[in-house]
Design a protein. Structure first.
Lengths: 152, 152
DNA sequence: TCCTTTGCAGATAACGGTTATCAAGAAATA
DNA sequence: TATTTCTTGATAACCGTTATCTGCAAAGGA
């Protein structure tokens, strides 16, 4: 079943995050634990504000700064993928913390992970033709999601 | 000769920009002409500040706002490609005003246009697998350019 | 040519998500 | 328990972009 796979992946991701945090001897505060859980469990590429609102339901005194700092920590550990946008906003993927393509709805801002052919061949072609040493990439497809195509 | 090709393309691009501006009955002021020339002639994906500094050598009283407004005009006419970055900065390509891959040096910030296999097949695969109607994309490869690889 | 209308240039204030800063509190260490 | 280090929460600062406003200049009509 699809949902079960997902649950397993989420649990696995949380454990991975937790061990990385512990290995580096960072403290595992309740706020941090909550943020890690949210990132490990979400498939929606949440914004900082999304995460903030969710954390506050469990720990109402949590500061926005704590969310930013925990995300910075996870970035340092390579345990979250940050998708920065030109308007200054960010979206986060805690499930697949490595570069991968995204489909972005220009209307409702939903972001999904498509299962698509790898772009590693393009990366290799790039290296050969430009002489650059490619360390990472970013591939976004913009358009309308099925839901937004229906309601005009 | 490579440089000659480039000159021809630049001239062609400038003419294309000019006719679009005229067709829509926008006024062709000296400042606008200067900015169009800079964008048509540059291969370096200049920043707004780059353009501003160049324009000021010919028209010292030019305001930064005029540069922004002219770029906004060209975007409306689909005559310039804007590459927005998460830090809020932008780079512009007046030569190829349509989505195409870029190689970005993470050290010196140089951006180049690689001649690479098209990503249209990926776009099509995307459409089929996600149900999104893809209208444009963005593909960036990050790494070190040949020059920056040498000097550590 | 004069007058009216419209568009553009230049200057500057406002914007907003992120980052930096700092005091207070909590956890590790001895 | 005392001391050190880390973390939280609150808030100021950041900075390229965007919005706003005023004065000027180019079109267009009579
Ligand atoms: Mn993703
Ligand atoms: Mn380009
Ligand atoms: Zn949508
Ligand atoms: Zn370089």
């Amino acid at each position: 079943m699809k949902n079960q796979e997902r649950s397993l992946r989420h649990e696995s991701r949380l454990n991975q995050m937790l061990s990385r945090v512990r290995d580096r001897h960072f403290r595992l505060t309740p706020q941090r634990m909550a943020i890690l859980q949210i990132l490990a469990n979400s498939e929606e590429h949440p914004t900082v504000e999304d995460i903030y609102q969710q954390v506050k339901t469990r720990f109402p005194t949590t500061s926005l700064a704590t969310v930013y700092k925990t995300i910075a920590l996870l970035k340092e550990l390579d345990e979250v993928l940050e998708l920065g946008f030109p308007d200054g906003s960010n979206r986060y993927d805690g499930n697949r913390p490595y570069p991968h393509p995204h489909a972005i709805c220009t209307k409702c801002k939903k972001i999904m992970d498509p299962e698509i052919s790898s772009v590693d061949e393009l990366s290799e072609e790039m290296r050969q033709k430009t002489g650059y040493t490619i360390s990472f990439h970013r591939l976004d497809f913009f358009g309308l999601c099925p839901e937004c195509q229906d309601k005009p």
